[in-house]
Design a protein around this ligand. Structure first.
Ligand SMILES: NC(=O)c1ccc[n+]([C@@H]2O[C@H](COP(=O)([O-])OP(=O)(O)OC[C@H]3O[C@@H](n4cnc5c(N)ncnc54)[C@H](OP(=O)(O)O)[C@@H]3O)[C@@H](O)[C@H]2O)c1
Ligand SMILES: [Zn+2]
Length: 389
């Protein structure tokens, strides 16, 4: 099966960049792909900072050299084009320059003025765009305005790669709902842990660092109660390449309230979603950080209610995406209930001595899933799928 994204790219961007700054170029120097890859690398500087804005990169090139570059600042602040134009080399001649942007310039007044005006007011003759903006207020209008002004506009260079990198933005624009992504690490036989529930370490340090990078992309992370109890995961961003802009909001799905017996300091930094019926059975009030889910434990409506409760909570910025990091019990239920439109699957070379069937992921991509990424990360494999909606 052939992956959609070009070699070296995944939903987390240019994969080598997530492990170290300045990765080797993927394309011959001076080609449109070469420069668009530079713009995409520039956009990766905004990981975890731009959301819910798309993390965009813009570079300005004259005589095959950078004369300006920028990436989206924090939400409500400057877009990539404005940053690039504000720092142009003093000796640059824009009449001979080309702008490479990973997303169609915006045409609407939001928290920032429209970027397309910057390009229209500048003498720059050529703009290369990776992918059109799906926002209904833009949606081709930026490209049209630039062409009508007599500029040369090329669209589609590294388009799938740029869309995958900002998939959370694209999908929420297209569906109006937050995107849910699954991530797991399995052995070749599909097991996520051994029979006694130990999962350290199926994959190597580099794959785990790449997961930290992925976490920054997502606004929130969920794990199951058993994973929380057994692994005591931190779920923070620590080991990937800089920048480290944020760690996501962390949640535990714990319908039966198993984690409530822990000393409360073990739950610091996590919010725990527990069925209301289980909370009622307990003495004392509901502590802060415990979120009641108004559905019975084994009811069919539990999953829909859980989703609705989580999606309507308060977040530092509007919620765009949720990453579920396991374990197998939670992942299989959510796959069954059709939560996900993204799967990040790591396959490690190691195997366990004892295994149990309940910890094996029996998932195979069904209809609608498209295979995006097939990459080696230091001896492990990363497979990614997107379900188009
Ligand atoms: N390799 C990896 O990527 C990876 C990632 C994470 C974890 N792990 C491993 O996975 C193991 C834990 O996985 P797990 O599958 O045992 O648990 P889990 O997925 O961590 O937790 C599942 C949670 O969902 C609840 N649940 C499951 N099915 C349900 C249903 N039909 N109705 C209501 N609630 C339901 C469970 O309830 P109960 O409280 O009743 O069980 C539990 O709270 C650990 O050993 C961990 O090391 C591996
Ligand atoms: Zn803009």
């Amino acid at each position: 099966m052939k992956a959609v994204l070009k070699k070296g790219f995944g939903i987390g961007g240019r994969i080598a960049r997530t492990l170290a700054a300045d990765p080797a170029p993927s394309f011959p120097f001076g080609t449109a792909e070469y420069w668009m890859e530079q713009a995409l690398l520039q956009s990766m500087e905004s990981v975890g900072r731009a959301q819910p804005n798309p993390a965009v990169g813009c570079i300005l090139v004259q005589n095959q050299q950078f004369i300006g570059r920028g990436s989206t600042r924090a939400w409500k602040q400057e877009h990539a084009e404005r940053v690039a134009f504000s720092g142009i080399d003093p000796g640059a001649n824009l009449h001979e320059a080309v702008a490479y942007v990973t997303l169609e310039p915006c045409t609407h007044q939001g928290f920032q003025p429209p970027c397309v005006n910057l390009l229209l007011q500048s003498p720059i003759p050529k703009i290369v765009i990776a992918v059109p903006d799906p926002d209904p207020r833009v949606n081709g209008a930026g490209i049209r305005m630039l062409r009508e002004a007599g500029k040369t506009v090329e669209v589609g260079i590294l388009g799938p790669e740029a869309r995958a990198w900002n998939l959370n933005f694209f999908m929420t624009r297209e569906t109006g709902r937050p995107l849910w992504a699954a991530k797991w690490a399995q052995t070749l036989s599909g097991h996520l842990c051994d029979a006694s529930g130990h999962s350290k370490w199926i994959t190597g340090a580099e794959s785990r660092a790449h997961v930290h990078w992925l976490r920054q992309k997502y606004d929130s992370i969920v794990v199951g109660a058993r994973t929380f109890l057994l692994d005591q995961p931190q779920l923070t961003v620590r080991d990937c390449a800089e920048p480290h802009h944020r760690s996501p909001e962390r949640f535990v799905f714990d319908p039966k309230g198993r984690t409530l017996d822990l000393p409360s300091e073990r739950r610091v930094g996590f919010r725990i979603l527990v069925c209301e019926s289980e909370l009622r059975a307990r003495a004392g009030g509901i502590e802060s950080g415990i979120i009641p889910v108004p559905a019975p434990v084994d009811s069919p409506e539990l999953w829909g209610v859980f989703r609705q409760v989580l999606e309507s909570l308060e977040f530092p910025r509007p919620l765009q995406s949720v990453l579920v990091e396991g374990g197998p019990g939670l992942l299989q239920e959510l796959l069954k209930h059709d939560f996900f439109t993204v799967v990040h699957r790591f396959v490690g070379a190691r195997s366990f001595e004892t295994v149990s069937e309940e910890h094996r992921m029996a998932w195979a991509p069904g209809e609608g899933w498209s295979f995006q990424t097939d990459e080696e990360i230091h001896g492990d494999r990363l497979h990614e799928w997107i379900k188009e909606v």
